[in-house]
Design a protein around this ligand. Structure first.
Ligand SMILES: Cc1cc2nc3c(=O)[nH]c(=O)nc-3n(C[C@H](O)[C@H](O)[C@H](O)COP(=O)(O)OP(=O)(O)OC[C@H]3O[C@@H](n4cnc5c(N)ncnc54)[C@H](O)[C@@H]3O)c2cc1C
Ligand code: SF4
Ligand code: SF4
Length: 452
């Protein structure tokens, strides 16, 4: 990525979308909307001082909503260009409220609330679609209760939890425990505030709130408005402190997740959704189980799958290594249901098809290997570019020329075409680049049908 950013022959238009395409192979004109970041890219140094001071906190999409970011943010640390962006949906200033703290903080004078989108036209010889994939939404499988059981996460969410730069700095803290810790932090803040108010009364009457409240409840101080206020404040304080103490007690028992279940083929090889194999998920589950064990040697993982598709050089050996060295076991069978067990532990119901027995097993965390699905905007993008889609919504190609769309001069690579892992996506990208170069450098190939 860094190389792409620095390459003299590559112009990178990040935070941009294609809006139109005219012409024919070799002579396309492409219209691109470069969305405004409200930050001057050439001035922003990426120091992050603005984000530190910004008062608006929103869920962080890069961390799958498991962490938080500010309304001015950098999508992720290694992003190119290394610049910040204002989220226009959440920024106070851009929504008619008074703020502008980021502009006052920025030493580089990079914030520009008046900056507009730019619409650019580019003359290009060929187009390569590399728009990737979206993960299947597992809430479409009601028996897995993804949205209802907090400790059921998708593999992408799990990877963010495992990542040192993620919301838990690589510790496998369970979402249910994180929610409790968040609630504790909020209650502690409220308790501190109410304690301050009580301290004023305690100082005034030279008495502790607890002893005063006993007397107040015994009927003393009837008709005393000031003491009535004190009693109300103390009752409100107790309503904060009592649940706080019980949550603090609960949190004493929190540890990182050590019993992990990986559920394969969630949406893949399922005629209700995508009948095909997504190709990479068996391997990413094994990888995730191995990494989790590296982080915490007491981790034990069970991978539930109809079969484990370790297809590729060294892949089967990697799978066996997971079993031998990383406490990973493999259960052959499709998981029927995930239910909520005691202590926020999800319970997996499955048939072990080797033993021919239906079993229930509780885990600390369940990870869903969700199918590779076409990106949400794929139909609109395909219409804009004038390319056809296959029955599943990926870009249609011919089996004999897997990077050629049906439209001459427009190519595709990676998961925009079909599910594939990174090495395969990279190989396809090279192939698509080669096919595009043929169009650009061989003028006779330009005589193809017009797109629009
Ligand atoms: C949890 C998980 C773990 C994985 N682990 C591995 C692994 O360890 N090894 C491995 O080989 N593979 C792994 N994979 C698979 C890997 O993610 C894919 O093979 C790879 O990302 C495909 O690359 P791609 O470039 O086709 O798509 P992507 O990586 O999805 O990149 C597409 C890019 O296009 C952008 N985009 C989308 N729409 C538009 C648009 N309209 N205009 C402009 N830009 C757009 C997207 O924002 C994105 O940046 C994993 C997958 C998952 C789900
Ligand atoms: S104007 Fe205020 S809310 Fe908006 S990004 Fe700047 S600091 Fe954040
Ligand atoms: S790679 Fe494995 S988990 Fe993914 S769809 Fe294929 S068999 Fe299922």
């Amino acid at each position: 990525m860094l190389d792409v950013g620095r390459h003299p022959n590559i112009e990178l238009l990040a935070y941009s979308e294609v809006e139109g395409l005219k012409g024919t192979a070799g002579e396309f004109t492409i219209t691109v909307r470069k969305k405004t970041r409200y930050v001057e890219e050439d001035k922003c140094t990426g120091c992050g001082a603005c984000a530190e001071k910004c008062p608006t906190v929103v869920p962080d999409a890069f961390n799958e909503g498991l962490g938080e970011r500010k309304a001015i943010y950098s999508y992720f640390a290694q992003g190119i260009p290394s610049t910040h962006t204002i989220d226009a949906d959440h920024c106070r200033q851009l929504n008619g409220k008074k703020c502008g703290i980021c502009a006052k903080t920025c030493q580089a004078d990079a914030i520009n609330f008046d900056k507009k989108d730019q619409v650019i036209e580019l003359d290009v010889g060929a187009v390569i679609i590399a728009a990737g994939y979206d993960v299947f939404d597992p809430s479409q499988i009601p028996e897995y209760h993804y949205t209802e059981i907090p400790n059921v996460v998708t593999a992408i969410e799990f990877e963010r939890l495992l990542s040192a730069s993620g919301p838990t700095e690589g510790h496998l803290d369970r979402p249910s425990d994180r929610a409790v810790l968040k609630e504790i932090a909020s209650l502690e803040k409220q308790a501190k505030k109410s304690q301050k108010t009580l301290a004023r009364f305690e100082e005034k009457y030279n008495e502790s709130s607890a002893s005063f409240y006993d007397k107040f409840q015994g009927g003393q101080y009837e008709g005393d408005e000031d003491r009535q206020k004190w009693a109300d404040k103390y009752a409100a304080h107790l309503a904060i402190v009592e649940p706080l103490e019980s949550l603090q007690k609960k949190a004493e028992g929190f540890t990182v997740a050590r019993r992990l279940a990986f559920i394969q083929c969630v949406g893949s090889r399922d005629f209700r959704f995508y009948p095909f194999c997504s190709g990479y998920c068996c391997m990413h589950s094994i990888k995730e189980a191995i990494i989790a064990h590296e982080h915490e040697p007491e981790t034990a993982s069970v991978i539930f799958g109809m079969d484990i598709r370790a297809v590729g050089k060294g892949f089967e050996e990697y799978k066996i290594r997971g079993g031998n060295d990383s406490n990973v076991s493999y259960v052959r069978g499709r998981v029927a249901e995930i239910s909520a067990g005691p202590d926020d532990n999800p319970v997996v119901t499955f048939e072990d098809t080797r033993e021919r027995k239906v079993k229930n097993q509780a885990f600390d965390l369940v990870v869903l290997a969700t199918a590779c699905a076409p990106i949400k905007g794929m139909a609109a993008l395909a219409e804009t570019l004038g390319v056809a889609l296959d029955p599943y919504g990926f870009i249609k190609t011919s089996p004999l020329s897997p990077v050629d769309t049906e439209t001459p001069g427009i190519f595709v690579c990676g998961c925009a075409e079909s599910p594939m892992d990174v090495p395969e996506s990279v190989a396809q990208a090279s192939s698509a680049a080669e096919r595009a170069a043929e169009v650009v450098f061989q003028p006779e190939m330009k005589e193809e049908k017009a797109v629009a």
